[in-house]
Every structure is written in structure tokens, then in C-alpha cells.
Design a protein around this ligand. Sequence first.
Ligand SMILES: [Fe+2]
Length: 248
Amino acid sequence: MKEIQKAFKEFTNSYYIQNEEYDINIKLKFDHSQRVAILGENIARSESGFDSNTAYIASLLHDVGRFEQYRIYKSFNDSVSDNHGELGYRTLLSEHRLLDLIPESMQELVLACVRYHNAFEVPEELSDETKRYLHLVRDADKIDIIGLFINLIVEDELTECLVHKLPITDRYTDAVAEKLINGEMIRSGELQTATDLKLMLLSWFNDFEYQKGIEILKEMKLPERLRSTLPNDNVIDEVYKSVVGRIT
Ligand SMILES: [Fe+2]
């Protein structure tokens, strides 16, 4: 385990260019990866049938494509750059400093978790075991992204890059709010403002696979903390109540 942590740190260290804004974004993804690894391991230990070491490695490496994505495109927006799951899959296949440290029996599963962690839906054709780990990585990832965004909003550190250049305003799109009320998921292409993006994060509360993931969400008080960053009006009240009402 120590070896893969060290190799991942060395891999990400090679992306720093001594430019403040650029390096902050690399560090942000490095820190996110570390937290997702711990969350993934934590979920694996609470749910039955997981190897926590495999869960840790798949979670640590899930965003390995973000570093190349930022180096090439200076953006984390997949729709104007490249699908960072696919890019991560290709990166990991060619990055032997990391791949060689993953036991061979685990490699295919970890590669699939990296490749599909950001897919709108989990591909049907994957094996049941791969799907279980993929759902675990997706749960861990969502918890940290929601928490990270709330912290950045509260600390007024939300940058244009992080909201994919969407206007930072309290306005939101009616169709997005309606989808949440109906329990539907939001695609990133439907977002028109940063508040729509917050609503998309809220919709993720209804897309957790594991009970432990939901428990962590609640322990971290993420639903109410996210609500406090949203506008105060009747529509948002209804959106919030319907989403939270579906969390069991
Ligand atoms: Fe990701």
C-alpha cells in the first residue's frame, strides 16, 4: 500500500510547473484523490465482500486522468477537453510506475473503475465484482466532491475553472429544478449556472449505492450544508425536501 501511495505522489509531483493557479489545481486533485481513497477504504470495511486494499487503490487512482487533462487542456471540463475517465484509463495503461505496483489479478478491475467512474451510467457488460467496486468508487468520489464544493463555496474560493466557466449567480434553470423534484439525474451538459451545478450535486444524494456512503453523507451534514448555499425560495425548498425525502 505504501508503495502505491508513494508512486502516486511522485506521479502527481511531476505535474507541478511552479505557477500558482496551475499548481493549486494539481494539488486540489491530489488531495481529492487521497480523501477518496480513504472514503473508499472506509466504505469497503463497512460493507461485506470487499477487499479494502483493492478499494483503496481503485479509489486513489480513479482521477489519474485529471493530471494529463489539466496539463493538455488547462481545464477539468470533460465536454470541452476529453473524458477524464477514458484519459485516466489510457494514462494508467501507459504509466508503468503505477500499473506495475497493482497486483496483476487486480489490474483489470482497477482499470475499469478508473475508466467508468465518471460514466453517466455503470456499463451493463462489466462483471458483477467490477460493478460493485465501481459503485464504491463512485460513492466515495461523490461524497468528496460534494464536501469539497461546499467548502470552496463557504470559503468563497470557487473559481471559474472549477465550475466549468459557468456564471456564478443565484439563478438556476427551471428544468434542472424540475428534474430533481422528479428524482431524475442531471447531465453536466444541462448546467447553465453555478447554482445548477449545486443542484446537480444535490441530485447525487439520490444516486448512492451503499448504505455506508449515505451514512457518511449524513455524518458530514452535507445535505443541510449544501442547502445553506442555495437560494431561499419555494422551488428550492420543494427540491430539497423531495431529494432528502428519498434518502433512506
Ligand atoms: Fe473524476
